[in-house]
Design a binder for this molecule. Structure first.
Ligand code: OSB
Ligand code: MG
Length: 368
């Protein structure tokens, strides 16, 4: 299979509600899309890099630059038999896994289409629907948070994740627990704490949280291991799991008991699958996180979440949790039992609304 051209685009899309984490607040999202041209057909992918280097050192700007300057030139016009061939060509570029991932995922969807299979089946998925949770940002007041939660539980979401940071943590979780003693609840700190905060974080143990996601710095597997030894609540790593190697190190150190796998963060489906397999072998449950994707990235997350080791609800919410209008048709909707249906068409499985993409585009370039 040969990639004849790659189109890069940045869109500007407004989130229905601002999303606040310990990194800051986000209202507009600038998704970077790629479109691979293969035998006259288009295959879309989405890069999950954010606007600033907070969650990761990668940004929309760095991803664009690395894609255009290095990744795309390394693959254009070459015969690529499989994903391994693509990964081999990307190998000399150190890091920049979000930039690599969008091409890898679009290429995998193209391979699935050529094999006349839905992406999920092509990856080895075993489910036709995936359980979904919702990630709730930091709110102005506890009352607002409780109202937001009430809405999401009413909508049918199975698991609520709340963002925490110093000053918005133990008391907030206590208030939630008082109102919703039975809710499946977890917290995500996005690296907002240090090991010195261990005594404070351990207070979270009394709330029966499903897990505590990424309390400490991304690079700090050793401190996460020390914290996990002091906490009953399972620690889940997100930012720290950059690739299969860091996943293996996290397992060896005992730095977590759960893993959040985002294919867009780790370099694509193949690396995500390797992490999934390592976790399976170590009996560590995994789930699929999200990065406020459009329907294109969401379709990729849904497909990955059908693999057997994904046993916990993901941050794969319905399109209307993020966007007034998603760029795919039909949008993802929340269905019975708080699930999302897995597309059954070949390849990516969703139709991209090219007219809408065109209208939302703020930057565009084609590399041939
Ligand atoms: O830490 O999981 C995270 C969004 C952007 C960047 C990082 C994270 C998140 C979320 C939202 O928590 C997940 C989603 O609903 O897409
Ligand atoms: Mg997270």
């Amino acid at each position: 299979m040969k990639i004849d051209a790659v189109e890069l685009r940045v869109l500007k899309m407004r989130l229905l509600k601002p999303f606040r984490t310990s990194f800051g607040v986000q209202q507009d999202r600038y998704p970077l899309l790629v479109r691979l041209e293969i035998d006259g057909r288009s295959h879309w992918g989405e890069c999950v890099a954010g606007e600033g280097p907070w969650y990761s050192y990668e940004t929309v700007e760095t991803a664009w630059s690395i894609l255009k300057g290095y990744l795309i030139p390394s693959i254009l016009g070459r015969e690529l038999r499989d994903v391994a061939a693509l990964e081999a060509l990307f190998l000399p570029v150190r890091g920049h896994r979000m930039a690599k991932a969008c091409i890898e995922m679009a290429f995998t969807a193209a391979l699935a289409e050529a094999a006349r299979k839905p992406l999920s089946r092509y990856l080895g998925g075993v489910r036709d629907r995936v359980e979904t949770g919702v990630s709730v940002g930091i709110q102005a007041t506890v009352d607002e948070l409780l109202d937001t939660m009430a809405n999401h539980l009413q909508e049918g979401y199975r698991r609520i994740k709340v963002k925490i940071e110093p000053g918005w943590d133990v008391d907030v979780i206590a208030a939630i627990r008082q109102r919703y003693p039975e809710a499946t609840l977890m917290a995500d700190a996005n690296s907002a704490y240090e090991l010195d905060d261990a005594a404070h974080l351990t207070e979270l143990d009394r709330f029966g949280l499903l897990m505590l996601e990424q309390p400490l710095a991304a690079g700090d597997l050793v401190d996460h291991a020390a914290l996990q030894r002091q906490m009953r609540t399972p620690i889940c790593l997100d930012e720290s799991i950059e690739d299969a190697r860091s996943a293996r190190h996290a397992i060896q150190l005992g730095a977590c008991r759960v893993m959040n796998i985002k294919p867009g963060r780790v370099g694509g489906f193949a690396e995500a699958q390797r992490i999934h397999d390592l976790a399976q072998a170590a009996s560590i449950p995994v789930w699929c996180g999200g990065m406020l994707e459009t329907g294109i990235g969401r379709a990729c997350n849904v497909a990955l979440a059908t693999l057997p080791g994904f046993r916990l609800p993901g941050d794969i919410s319905a399109s209307d949790r993020y966007w007034a209008e998603d760029i795919i048709d039909p949008p993802f909707t929340l269905q019975r039992g708080g699930t999302i249906g897995v597309p059954t068409r070949w390849g990516l499985g969703v139709r991209v609304r090219v007219d809408l993409v065109e209208r939302l585009t703020v930057r565009q370039e084609t590399v041939r």
